[in-house]
Write a protein that binds this ligand. Structure first.
Ligand code: HEM
Length: 443
């Protein structure tokens, strides 16, 4: 936020406005997705309610819930990050940022309509089919075009050759995404359930986790500057990534079980990132307001590494597979780690405007409820592992766990609503924001 004199009210800079708009769109879908989460949690306790919903029963809403969390909440704020990387949040392109965000949100809205109408490819997180599939790929391509034009318009800006080449390579990779999503959503390309494997292998888990590690290592370069004298830890981190990638390549895909020591020992190499990732992030300059969410995402990162590996071990995976235990694991990954990471990125992009995520009540409500949700689902999954009927046939213990999950989910919904209301203030009334910031700080 910028203020020329002490008496002059602050207003959002172009960069902050683009970030605030991306935050608003992401939060809008988060609130909607969480509200749908509360609805489906209710339907699992009172299945008879499905009869009141006509054709829009649990099976249709669950698609809406998962896809909005993924393509709305966890995707749109990252578009805000890309705006910054490619200079799309600066003049002369900044004025188009809102339009691009609306195109994405409109395509997602059409997706919701199509899923509720019963159209789906049948593939988890790739439910796009028919007109929705075409529109969503077109929306992704619109974002790509916007980033590319911004990048080339800003090419005269001072920038090292390595940074320029990195951004260009990023654009080429991003270009593939709309086409890959379009193609992969085709049920004829590969079946929704892989008939060859009983589930993930050590190699495939390691591969996808290393992609996340690579993203985490690249992220700070788009957000801030390095501290002086930080090159050693940075070099070590990248070397570890290269070493693990070599292990991954050497593993191949011959062994498709999770029972061989080679599979789970190699996956265990990810535990090196427990101390390394916090050390790596400590070598960059961060806005003071990011502290709370930076710590949160790093704690969730640790929890994800440990619980993810333990879940993969022989005996444990066999017990939890296809139970509520894996719903709990999805929550560690998405509601805990990814959500905290995204909010951290947004706070950094928003600068002073990051106050919208720093209300103590919504921060703790979110974190405690996510932890509660995970514990409840792990308990349900543990029982389900012994008795598969546990979560299907209503009983006292099962209902108690599901009611408590409903309460935790409702509080998460309230926390997200808190952020959306504040983001609406930030987007529409920048003058009032400065007064709020002052009040928040003195409170
Ligand atoms: C950032 C927030 C959230 C994210 C990222 C998220 C993500 C997910 C994902 C990935 C699944 C699929 C899990 C699996 O099948 O492995 C799921 C299922 C579910 N979620 Fe959420 N969710 C969020 C918030 C909520 C909230 C607030 C509620 C409200 C209680 C909720 C209720 C549910 C329910 C009932 C299921 C279905 C579980 C089942 O199939 O038995 N979610 N969610």
């Amino acid at each position: 936020m910028k203020s020329n004199t002490l008496d002059e009210p602050a207003s959002l800079t172009n960069e902050e406005r683009a970030a605030a708009n991306a935050a608003w769109h992401g939060l809008f879908w988060l609130v909607l997705a969480n509200a749908v989460g509360v609805l489906i949690a209710l339907l699992l306790i009172f299945p008879a309610l499905n009869r009141q919903l006509g054709e829009w029963t649990y099976g249709r809403w669950i698609m809406v819930h998962m896809n909005l969390e993924l393509y709305g909440w966890t995707s749109i704020p990252m578009a805000g990050f890309l705006f910054k990387v490619y200079g799309a949040d600066r003049e002369p392109m900044a004025r188009w940022a809102r339009t691009v965000l609306w195109v994405w949100s409109a395509a997602l809205g059409v997706g919701v309509f199509s899923w509720l109408s019963g159209h789906s490819s049948g593939k988890l997180f790739l439910d796009w089919s028919g007109y929705a599939r075409v529109l969503f790929s077109a929306a992704m391509l619109t974002l790509w075009l916007y980033l590319s034009i911004s990048f080339f318009k800003n090419r005269s800006e001072k920038c090292s050759t390595a940074s320029w080449a990195g951004k260009l390579a990023g654009l080429l990779v991003l270009l593939a995404v709309p086409f890959l999503i379009y193609v992969a959503a085709d049920p004829g390309i590969y079946p929704a359930v892989n008939p060859d494997t009983g589930g993930p292998t050590g190699a495939s888990q390691l591969e996808s986790s290393l992609v996340i590690v690579a993203i985490l290592l690249m992220l700070p370069y788009g957000l801030t500057l390095r501290k002086a004298g930080s090159s050693r830890i940075i070099a070590v981190s990248w070397l570890v990534l290269v070493a693990e990638s070599l292990i991954c390549a050497a593993l191949g895909r011959a062994d498709i079980s999770h029972l061989h020591p080679l599979q789970y020992v190699s996956l265990g190499s990810l535990l090196a990132w427990l101390p390394l990732m916090p050390a790596y992030y400590a070598t960059f300059e961060w806005h003071a307001a990011t502290r709370r969410w930076r710590q949160a995402f790093l704690w969730w990162w640790g929890a994800l590494l440990i619980t993810g590996w333990v879940f993969f071990l022989p005996g444990v995976l066999d017990h939890f597979k296809f139970t509520d235990g894996l719903v709990g694991h999805s929550f560690v990954a998405m509601a805990g780690f990814t959500s905290s990471l995204i909010i951290f990125v947004m706070v950094q992009l928003l600068g002073e405007g990051g106050w919208i995520f720093n209300r103590t009540r919504s921060f703790y409500a979110w974190q405690f409820c996510v932890i509660a949700y995970i514990l409840l689902m792990t308990a349900a999954g543990w029982r389900e592992g012994f008795d598969p009927a546990f979560t299907i046939a209503p009983g006292m213990a099962r209902n108690a766990l599901y009611v408590l999950r409903l309460v935790a989910g409702a509080l998460m919904l309230l926390a997200s609503l808190d952020w959306l209301v504040d983001a609406s203030t930030l987007v529409r009334e920048p003058v009032a924001v400065q007064i709020d910031v002052a009040l928040e700080k003195t409170a």
